[in-house]
Ligand binder design. Structure first.
Ligand code: UDP
Length: 236
């Protein structure tokens, strides 16, 4: 019935803003919470890493004159805001969750450790791991790879607004075709922008498979857990 027992779900901050140009679209947020609840009820252990691009990105901040490290720290704070929003939406849907932060900021969240995340999942709570890696010059994609490897997830599910990995950007190139499955090496060689190079390389070195799918379509997360072929599988 279920293909994966323990997942690391990566949600992009950008998707969280829905139709708005900025911030958090509560409709999208509640849809995400409902989808997560659905797979939790199937007995899947879930850890989540959320991006912060709907609020702030260090790199774009640097382009406007911000100090890069401070900008990245602002971006990491943005991931905490999104994590708290998701935790709140999950609570409203009747799902217990625990926000962990890679940078100390009790009582907003508990200071992250692998064991706290695993304990939370084993208690039936969703572990929401915020601040990415906790260091500047990284992305939440790399944070997801790192946490996915640490918590010994079966797979990293990258929920985006496109339905998989394409030969080119499908939003720009109408001739782009989708891969149903592809190797880490081919992703790196073709320079495909599934995730940044650091994140893909980490998954490759530690053999964490990635599944890219469209999380903005309600019901898709459950389909992925059930093994339906709706996205792209990236593996060795
Ligand atoms: N960030 C960081 N270190 C990390 C993860 C994130 O400095 O380990 C900062 C970085 O500035 C990044 C921002 O947080 O631009 C938001 O994360 P990301 O761009 O990955 O969010 P997404 O694109 O998924 O919305």
């Amino acid at each position: 019935m279920k293909k994966f027992n323990r997942i690391l779900l990566k949600l992009s901050g950008e998707s969280l803003m829905g139709e708005q140009g900025y911030g958090i679209d509560t409709k999208r947020l509640n849809e995400y919470a409902a989808q997560i609840k659905e797979v939790q009820q199937m007995g899947v252990q879930i850890s989540i890493v959320i991006g912060g691009g709907n609020i702030f990105r260090g790199l774009s901040g640097a382009g406007k004159g911000f100090d890069r490290v401070k900008g990245d720290q602002m971006g990491m704070c943005a991931t905490v805001i999104n994590s708290l929003a998701l935790s709140s939406a999950l609570g409203a849907a009747g799902v217990k969750s625990r926000v962990l932060t890679a940078i100390r900021m009790e009582p907003i969240g508990e200071f992250y450790s692998k064991w706290k995340a695993i304990e939370a999942m084993e208690r039936g709570e969703v572990a929401i791991i915020s601040c990415g890696t906790g260091s500047p010059y990284f992305t939440t994609d790399t944070g997801s790879s790192l946490r996915g490897i640490e918590i010994e997830a079966d797979v990293m599910l990258k929920g985006t607004r496109v339905d998989g990995v394409y030969t080119a950007d499908p939003e720009k190139d109408p001739t782009a075709t989708k891969f149903s499955d592809i190797s880490y090496d081919e992703v790196l060689q073709r320079g495909l922008r599934v995730m940044d190079i650091t994140a893909t390389a980490m998954c490759k070195e530690n053999n964490l498979p990635i599944y890219v799918f469209n999380m903005d379509i309600v019901g898709n997360l459950k389909k992925v857990i059930e093994g339906e072929d709706i996205g792209t599988f990236v593996h060795a």
